[in-house]
Design a protein around this ligand. Structure first.
Ligand SMILES: C[S@@+](CC[C@H](N)C(=O)[O-])C[C@H]1O[C@@H](n2cnc3c(N)ncnc32)[C@H](O)[C@@H]1O
Length: 193
């Protein structure tokens, strides 16, 4: 399937997260946060939609990383430099901005599905397993004045995640939000002053 959005056309693939409201809320937040030629990393880039829209509409340089090989291939086909890897484990260097639309659904053993789409959605029993792993390491990859721009959902516990981010020494601001039928989405910006 082709998706057209803001001067960008991307192709999606089976076994790769299909861009949804969360993807577009993150990209709109990132576009309003980027200043000039910044160096950006998108963790969990999926189809590459967020990175591709940023590349087409800003002067920033952007690289994606995803653990799903189909997502890495899809992002590459959509014109974005990409690495296949687990969160930040194989990332070297520092970035002005790290973006993440994480797998955030609280998921029990019984709810877990086979295949790569589960990896796009499954946030562990409380929805925060991947988010917390990411947050523990993100600071090592932020340049001076660097910030994390991350999507959160009411299904995951927005206050719990904000409190974790605060405990790691960041200031957190709400950037944008959107109410859907069964959840509230919010994008936060976290930075250390
Ligand atoms: C909700 S999807 C978001 C995809 C895309 N950024 C978007 O907004 O449409 C989450 C993405 O995170 C990736 N992911 C999950 N766990 C990961 C990990 N440990 N390391 C890297 N990527 C991961 C998934 O494969 C999936 O592509």
């Amino acid at each position: 399937m082709n998706i057209n959005y803001k001067n960008t056309t991307i192709k999606t693939r089976p076994s790769v997260y299909e861009p949804s409201e969360d993807s577009f809320l993150l990209v709109e937040s990132a576009l309003s946060e980027i200043k000039g030629c910044e160096k950006i990393l998108e963790v969990g880039c999926g189809s590459g939609i967020v990175s591709a829209v940023i590349k087409a509409n800003t002067k920033a340089s952007i690289v994606g990383i995803d653990i799903n090989p189909h997502a890495a291939k899809c992002t590459k086909e959509n014109g974005i430099e990409v690495i296949r890897g687990d969160l930040l484990s194989c990332i070297k260097g520092k970035f002005d901005m790290i973006l993440f639309n994480p797998p955030y659904l609280p998921t029990t053993e019984e709810e877990r599905m086979e295949g790569w789409l589960n990896v796009a959605l499954d946030g562990g029993h409380d929805g925060r397993r991947i988010i917390y792993r990411f947050l523990e390491d993100a600071g090592d990859h932020l340049a001076k004045s660097g910030r994390i721009v991350m999507l959160l959902s009411s299904l995951t516990g927005i206050e719990e995640v904000k409190s974790k981010i605060g405990s790691l020494g960041y200031n957190v601001e709400d950037k944008r939000e959107e109410r859907l039928m069964f959840e509230q989405l919010i994008v936060i910006v976290a930075k250390k002053e």
